[in-house]
Design a protein around this ligand. Structure first.
Ligand code: GLN
Length: 477
C-alpha cells in the first residue's frame, strides 16, 4: 500500500473503494511493529483501533454521507491527553499505572468527527524537555537518523507521523513542544492561540502557556484538525468563545502579506549558518513573490528564555504539587509517617529533570525571591507582549527560525540543561504572548537533517496563518 500523505488522498481512496479504514489501520499497525526500535509509542490501541475501523467502514457502506469530516484519519495522541478508560502516564513513573477517568474535550471532538486513535506516544516526562530524552520509557529516536533526538517534548508525536505510523498527531506546546519536534523531523507543527482549543483533559505543565497542538504532513490536515478541536467549552474557563472559522475551506491566502522579521533573531550568534542562509533565501523568495518583508527591532530577544523558564517552572511547581502519593500515581511502600510518605512518593516518582524544575519553581515563588524572579519575569512577559502587539499592528506575520540547530545526537547535551533551555529561543515567544504559530519544513542541512521556519500572527487569526502557510508552502517550495 502506498504511503498516504494527507486526508484528502485517503478520503478519495476510501470513496473509490481502493482502501478501507480497516486496511489503513492494519497498514499503520504493521509500520509500528516494524519500527519498534524508534520507541514511538508507549502503548498502541491495536484491537480497539481495528474494531473502530470496521465499524466506520460499515457506517460508510450503509450511508456514505453519515461519516464525519475526519473519516479515514488515523491519529496518535501524546501521553498527556486524557482518553477515558485508557492509561495516561505523562511518560513518568509517577503515573505509570494511572487510568484516565474522562476524555479531553479535544479527544472527544476528534472521535465525534470519526477519527481513529491508534495509540499514545512517548514524550518528555510531564512535557518538560526539548529532546524526548527524559521519558521514563526511554528516548524516542528520529526516524531520519536514529542516533539523533526527534526533539521534544512531543517527540513521539512527531516521529509517529514522520515514520508513517499514523496520519497526524496531537501534542502539546507550552514552549515549542510541537513546533520544535516538527522542525527536527521535517513536518508541519502548529500551536494555536492560547484559548483556541480547550485544555480540559490536557495534563497541566504551565497553565498560562499550555496549548494542544497538531503535527501533520500538511497544512491542510492541520487546518481540519484545528477546526474540529477549537472552540468554546464549558469545562475550560480560559477557552475563547470566538467563532471558529472553517479553516480547511480557506487555504489560499488572498493578496500580498506584510511580514516582519527580527534582525536580532536572524543574526543571533547561536543560529546555525545553514539555517540562517536558507531562512534569508526564503525571505528573498517571499519578496520575489510580491510580499513585503522588513526587518524590525526586537530588543527583548535575550529575555525570552529566562522569562519563559522562570514562569513555567513556577507554574509547574504548583501544578505538580497534586502528585502527592495520596490522590494520584506512585505511592511509596516504605514510609512510616505522613511527611515521609509525601517526600518518598515524590522522590521516587519524579525523574531528575522534573524535580529540578519543581525545586527551581518553588524557589522563584518563595518569600524573598518572588519579587526578584517571579514578579520580574511577569513584568518582562508583559513588555514582550506589548512589543509584539505593536509589531502585529503593522504587520500580518512575524517570520522566524524554529530552532537554532538541527536535531542533536542522543545524549550529546545531557548534563547541560542550560544549553538545552537556550535552544528554545525562537519557540517560546508564541507561548509567552499567547499567539498562534505554525512551523513548516524549510530545508535540510548537509547531513540531510531537516529544519523548519515559523510564522506567528495576531491572536485568533489562525485562518490567515494557515492560508498563508499553505499558499507559500505550495508555491514557494
Ligand atoms: N522545551 C520547552 C520546555 O522544556 C518546551 C516544553 C513544551 O512545550 N511542553 O519547557
Amino acid at each position: 500500500m502506498p504511503k498516504y500523505s494527507n486526508l484528502q488522498v485517503i478520503q478519495s481512496a476510501l470513496k473509490a473503494g481502493s482502501t478501507s479504514c480497516e486496511k489503513l489501520v492494519d497498514y499503520y499497525l504493521a509500520r509500528i511493529e516494524k519500527q519498534q526500535a524508534l520507541n514511538i509509542y508507549i502503548e498502541t490501541f491495536a484491537e480497539e483501533a481495528r474494531t473502530r475501523a470496521r465499524a466506520l467502514d460499515q457506517k460508510y457502506r450503509e450511508a456514505p454521507s453519515s461519516v464525519g469530516p475526519l473519516f479515514g484519519m488515523v491519529v496518535s495522541i501524546k501521553d498527556v491527553l486524557c482518553y477515558k478508560d485508557h492509561k495516561l502516564s505523562a511518560a513518568s513513573k509517577m503515573l505509570h499505572n494511572f487510568t484516565a477517568s474522562f476524555s479531553a474535550t479535544a479527544i472527544e471532538r476528534i472521535l465525534a468527527a470519526d477519527a481513529i486513535i491508534i495509540g499514545r506516544t512517548n514524550c518528555d516526562e510531564f512535557a518538560m524537555g526539548s529532546a524526548n530524552e527524559s521519558s521514563y520509557y526511554g528516548p524516542t529516536r528520529n526516524a531520519i537518523d536514529p542516533t539523533r533526538v526527534p526533539g521534544g517534548s512531543s517527540g513521539g508525536s512527531a516521529v509517529s507521523v514522520q515514520a508513517d505510523t499514523c496520519l497526524a498527531a496531537l501534542g502539546s506546546d507550552t514552549g515549542g513542544s510541537v513546533r520544535q519536534p516538527a522542525s527536527f523531523c521535517g513536518l508541519v507543527g502548529m500551536k494555536p492561540s492560547y484559548g483556541r482549543i480547550s485544555r480540559y483533559g490536557l495534563l497541566a505543565y504551565a497553565s498560562s502557556f499550555d496549548q494542544i497542538g497538531i503535527i501533520a504532513n500538511s497544512v491542510a490536515d492541520t487546518a481540519i484538525l484545528l477546526e474540529i478541536m477549537a472552540g468554546a467549552d464549558e469545562f475550560d474557563s480560559t477557552v475563547s468563545a470566538e467563532a471558529v472559522p472553517a479553516y480547511s475551506q480557506h487555504l489560499s491566502f488572498p493578496g500580498k502579506a506584510k511580514i516582519a522579521y527580527f534582525g536580532e533573531a536572524m543574526q543571533h550568534e547561536g543560529l546555525d549558518p545553514e539555517i540562517k542562509k536558507q531562512s534569508f533565501d526564503f525571505i528573498e523568495a517571499l519578496r520575489g513573490a510580491g510580499h513585503q518583508v522588513a526587518a524590525v527591532d526586537f530588543e527583548y530577544l535575550a529575555y525570552l528564555v529566562p522569562s519563559y523558564y522562570v514562569l513555567t517552572m513556577a507554574e509547574a511547581s504548583s501544578n505538580l504539587s497534586r502528585y502527592d502519593g495520596v490522590r494520584y500515581g506512585h505511592r511509596t511502600a516504605t514510609a512510616t509517617s505522613l511527611e515521609e510518605h509525601y517526600r518518598k512518593s515524590r522522590t521516587e516518582g519524579f525523574g531528575e529533570k522534573v524535580k529540578r524544575r519543581i525545586m527551581l519553581g518553588t524557589f522563584v515563588l518563595s518569600v524573598g525571591y518572588y519579587d526578584a524572579y517571579f514578579k520580574k519575569a511577569q513584568k518582562a512577559r508583559r513588555l514582550i507582549q506589548d512589543r509584539i502587539l505593536q509589531v502585529l499592528a503593522d504587520y500580518d506575520f512575524i517570520i522566524m527560525p524554529v530552532t537554532p540547530s538541527v536535531a542533536w545526537k542522543i545524549g550529546e547535551k545531557q548534563g547541560n540543561p542550560v544549553e538545552i533551555y537556550l535552544s528554545d529561543i525562537y519557540t517560546v515567544l508564541a507561548n509567552l504572548t499567547g499567539l498562534p504559530a505554525i512551523a513548516f519544513p524549510l530545508g535540510k542541512n548537509k547531513n540531510g537533517m531537516p529544519f523548519g521556519i515559523q510564522l506567528m500572527s495576531a491572536k485568533f487569526t489562525e485562518k490567515n496563518l494557515l492560508s498563508f502557510a499553505n499558499t507559500i508552502t505550495q508555491n514557494l517550495r
